[in-house]
Design a protein around this ligand. Structure first.
Ligand code: F6P
Length: 538
């Protein structure tokens, strides 16, 4: 690793700090064209950023000095780049649509297994959708409940909402993730046991939340249908852990497998997408994979300075490590993408929320940003005030689709007008002179002035389809990958989530014990005591 590589960021900052976005546009009327590109059905306009050609060149050098091209190849060819877990990272193999593709892990081509599971998923979804798969009492399936958490939930939920126009509306989908019993209870109130299929989605099949919910759902089903034999007709599993699936009581022929080289937060295009495939059908699911694949190919082959995920990654690093921006905001102007920011949170923050580099030393720069966002225009009437006039620099991605699936009057024109106008206001602001020229009284001028120079990317597609959704997810996956390479952190483990899981076991033991142990710290002992008293175990 080139330790001097961060000098390229300094170079980028020198160029970037010279002119405001407004000045950059005044200087180069063709700027929008120059700082735009297209890939896999998406158009990226990144001209409203604090960069000129010099800054971009320096940023690309930062990527080159991080050996990005070589790292990309390592990922695509199955090298064990997830070093702390000794695993390859091959979510790209899941959507490799080349019928002749071969991808090797430990000398074995994984593609035949990938295709076999896809075919198994396709046959199963067909049978549920067509009413061939019947429940224990002979009824067709009407309700599908996915039980999973993290990557085994957020992707399926996000995509199920995003692709609503493509879903079979006679089937109703539910997603239970939280170990809060309210989540399961409210779901069970909305379904009928004889017509419900539960998909237990868990890579490890050991996650406390998922297994507790799945066991409770199994008891509920047995109670409602009066026989343990009902489980086989109402439960299927998506997992890498055949033994645990069998122990739960699910016939392993109704298990849809995936592999340790698929990270949870990258698992939507694996069997974890089973609920989605049932919702949208196998041919739409194939289009989703095709969209992913197109963006994968772009990422793998495009030169770095014309590579959409790379450009977005580099701009993100400019703002975080150059300008000190700690957060990043994703603003989809499409109601169907309402859960996309939440999905991105896990993808980015669980991947690059790391404090040590690959050598195990504390990093000397900021790593993954705090991600947040809400669909437009709702955010405009809530937190945009801070983005426009607050003291924090918050780079934003605006995402929009030219065509709506639901044309009603001029609503879509209004939505898109708001999107474009927000990026305008953020970039160009409003000077005190402009305020005065509009007759703003002098005492109000400071409050009505907009500084501007606030950076945004705009991503546009023609329409939100399975294909464009797949490409959008892959775009962000590769952006996160690129940033991880430049930050020199391991992006595919998540040790930071372990400690809380382990401690929860000790706390739980104390919550339910006959006598409180008092072995924790003073605060935790006090909280446990209060809880025990409130529930009558004091
Ligand atoms: O706790 C974090 C995590 O391991 C995520 O990375 C993962 O997506 C989630 O838990 C669920 O894990 P599993 O699919 O094994 O239940």
């Amino acid at each position: 690793m080139n330790n001097d590589k961060w000098a390229y960021l300094d170079d980028a900052m020198v160029a970037s700090g010279k002119k405001t976005i407004k000045e950059l546009f005044a200087e180069n009327p063709n700027r929008a064209k120059k700082f735009s590109l297209e890939a896999a059905g998406w158009f990226l306009d990144y001209s409203k950023n604090r960069v000129d050609s010099k800054a971009m060149k320096a940023l690309v050098k930062l990527a080159e000095a991080s050996n990005l091209k070589a790292e990309i190849e390592k990922m695509f060819t199955g090298e064990k780049i997830n070093v702390t877990e000794n695993r390859a990272v091959l979510h790209t193999a899941l959507r490799n649509c080349d019928p002749d593709a071969k991808v090797f892990v430990d000398g074995k081509d994984v593609m035949p297994d990938v295709r076999a599971v896809l075919a198994q998923m396709g046959d199963f979804s067909d049978s549920v959708r067509k009413g061939v798969w019947r429940g224990f009492t002979g009824k067709k399936i009407k309700y599908v409940v996915n039980i999973g958490i993290g990557g085994s939930d957020l992707g399926p939920v996000m995509a199920n909402i995003a692709l609503t126009p493509y879903t079979k509306r006679s089937l109703k989908f539910f997603f239970v993730s939280n170990v809060d019993s309210t989540h399961l209870a409210e779901t069970l109130r909305s379904v009928k046991a004889a017509e419900t299929l539960f998909i237990v989605a868990s890579k490890t099949f050991t996650t406390q939340e998922t297994m507790s919910n799945a066991e409770a759902a199994r008891e509920w089903l047995i109670g409602k249908l009066g026989s343990k034999d009902a489980v086989a007709k109402h439960f299927v599993a998506v997992s890498t852990a055949a033994k645990e699936v069998a122990e739960f009581g699910i016939d392993t022929k109704n298990m849809f497998g995936f592999w340790d080289w698929v990270g949870g937060r990258y698992s939507l295009p694996s069997a974890i997408g089973l609920s989605l495939m049932i919702a949208i059908g196998r041919s739409n699911y194939a289009k989703l994979l095709k969209g992913y694949w197109k963006m994968d190919e772009h990422f793998r082959t495009a030169p770095l300075d014309k590579n959409m995920p790379v450009i977005m990654a580099l701009l993100g690093i400019l703002y975080s490590n150059g300008y000190g921006a700690e957060t990043y905001c994703c603003l989809p102007y499409d109601q169907y993408l309402s859960r996309f920011p939440a999905y991105l949170q896990q993808m980015d923050m669980e991947s690059n929320g790391k404090g040590v580099d690959k050598a195990g030393n504390p990093v000397e720069h900021l790593t993954g940003p705090i991600e947040w966002g809400e669909p437009g225009t709702n955010g405009q009437h809530s937190f945009y005030q801070l983005i426009h006039q607050g003291t924090h620099l918050i780079p934003c991605d605006f995402i929009g689709c030219a065509k709506t699936h639901n044309p009603i009057g001029d609503l879509h024109d209004k939505l898109m007008a708001n999107l474009f106008a927000q990026t305008q206001a953020l970039a160009f602001g409003k000077t005190a002179e402009e305020c005065r020229a509009e007759g703003v009284p002098e005492n109000l001028v400071p409050f009505k002035t907009f500084e501007g120079n606030r950076p945004t990317n705009t991503l546009l597609c023609k329409e939100l389809t399975p294909e464009t959704l797949g490409a959008l997810v892959a775009l962000y996956e590769h952006k996160v990958f690129t940033q991880g390479v430049i930050y020199d952190v391991y992006s595919f483990d998540q040790w930071g989530v372990q400690l809380g899981k382990v401690l929860a076991k000790g706390v739980l033991a104390d919550l339910v014990a006959d006598k409180q142990s008092m072995k924790h710290d003073g605060s935790t002992n006090q909280l446990i005591a209060r809880y025990r008293k409130a529930v009558g175990r004091g």
